[in-house]
Structure formats: C-alpha cells, structure tokens
Design a binder for this molecule. Structure first.
Ligand code: PXP
Length: 249
C-alpha cells in the first residue's frame, strides 16, 4: 500500500479566512504525523492565499517524517526552496484564478524551464517530483527533464461520473505508472482522492505515496486531525470496493 502524505494547506485556508493565528497548519502537521502520516505536504502559492512563509519555515524545522513543498516554476519559489531545503519539491502549474491546482504541469510545453529547475533543485540536494496528468507524453518528458519522481494527477479519476469512465481513468493511471517505472521514474499520485475513491489508487503496487489534502482536512474539521488521518489509512487499505462512484459499490 502507498504511504500517506497529508497536505495541510486547508488548515491555513481556515486561518486566513479571518487573517487570524489559528488554526495552525504546523500543529495540524504534528498531529497528522502522530496519527501515522508518512509525510507533510504544503503549497506555498504566489498569492499566499493559505500557506505563509512562516508556515514553511516552521514545518521545515518541526516535521519529522518528510516535507514536500509544492511550488510553481518561478524565480521566487526556486529561491525559497533553495533556502528551505524541503526533502522534496513538487513542481506544479499555478494560475491565480484557480480554486486549486487544475491540470498537471505541461512539461512538454516548458521543457527547458522545467529541466533547469529540476537541475537547480537537485543540485541543492532536493528530490524533485513533477505533478503531471497521466499522459504518455508528459511521462516521457518528465524523464527527459531529469526528474526522479512524478506525481500523477488523479483529478480525472476522482471526477469520473460512471463505472466506465472510472475504469478508463484507472487504466490511464496504471499505464502511466508502468511507463514511468520503465523510464526509471518513481511514482506518487494525488488530487481529489477521498475516503471512497482512494483504495484502488493506494493499492497500485508501484505507487509509493499519495498526497491528500481536502478530504482529510474536511473530515478533520468534524472529527479531529488524528482520527481523520487514521481513517484515511484504513480507507487506503480497503481496495475501495465502492470506487467512489455513486451506486457502483
Ligand atoms: N497534489 C498536488 C500537486 C496538489 O496541488 C494538491 C492540491 O493542493 C493535492 C495533491 C491534494 O489534492 P486534494 O486537496 O484534492 O486532496
């Protein structure tokens, strides 16, 4: 089964709604680790809409498992990553108007800039992952860019409306995983995964880590971070009989 990395951005979203001091994503990260998370993920966005610079600095000092910094390919973020030295940097596309990261990074369209960024960060001892759609072109270009890892975008899988669409998306994820492994890339996955749809992805043997944010933090708001993380670990191990499609289970 894949390992769980919890994205704590949305604890910061609640805090920023009031420009207040709490809830604190750093405290949430500590609780997630205590409950069995294998890593903490956060996205320092250009507009600082949720995670702040202070958060990433404290997370770097306090996270005991592994810190994954999601970042856009910009000079500012590269500078911050070099100073921060997260265990892993995941390069993501970023547009100000989007609600969350919508689509994967277009590695083919930005091969030079992505390759330069991968080299720069790797030169600083930071492992680099590219967040991409499960498309053969993006997988092969991720290998060309020199990344060690890809994170396959599971958004289309999560939004599949019926059993056939779900099977298609699952086949795309498995195909991209196999292709990536053949090219020597390690594979993570994430986006839109929840307690109902996570099982099949978590149990693709070659997928090492899942990055999950919204569903865990949404449940944490009601039952607490530790219980939400523990319940996600159980769901990941379930093979997901229901597969997240209403009526399909
Ligand atoms: N992976 C990446 C690269 C993301 O940008 C996000 C969203 O911040 C996630 C995973 C987690 O997605 P979700 O919040 O839908 O679980």
């Amino acid at each position: 089964m894949a390992l769980l990395c919890v994205n704590v951005d949305h604890i910061a979203t609640i805090r920023q709604a009031r420009r207040a001091q709490e809830p604190d994503p750093v405290q949430a990260a500590m609780l997630a680790e205590l409950a069995g998370a294998s890593g903490i993920t956060c996205h320092l966005r250009e507009d600082r809409r949720h995670i702040q610079d202070r958060d990433v600095e404290l997370l770097r000092r306090l996270v005991k498992t592994k810190l994954n910094l999601e970042m856009a390919v910009t000079e500012e973020m590269i500078r911050i990553a070099i100073a921060l030295k997260p265990d892993m940097a995941t390069l993501v596309p970023e547009r100000r108007e989007e609600l969350t990261t919508e689509g994967g990074l277009d590695v083919r369209g930005h091969l030079d800039a992505v390759t330069r960024t991968v080299r720069t960060l790797q030169g600083e001892g930071i492992a680099v992952s590219l967040f991409i759609d499960p498309d053969p072109e993006q997988v092969s270009d991720s290998a060309r860019a020199g990344a060690e890892l890809v994170e396959l975008h599971t958004g289309m899988y999560a939004e599949a409306g019926d059993r056939k669409a779900l099977q298609n998306e699952m086949a795309r994820l498995i195909g991209a995983t196999m292709q990536a492994r053949e090219l020597g890339l390690r594979v993570n996955a994430g986006h839109g995964l929840n307690y109902r749809n996570v099982g099949p992805v978590a149990t693709i043997p070659e997928v090492e880590e899942l990055n999950i944010g919204h569903s865990v933090i949404a449940r944490a708001a009601l039952v607490g971070v530790e219980r939400a993380v523990r319940e996600m670990l159980v769901a990941m191990d379930s093979k997901g009989a229901g597969c997240g499609v209403r009526g399909a289970g």
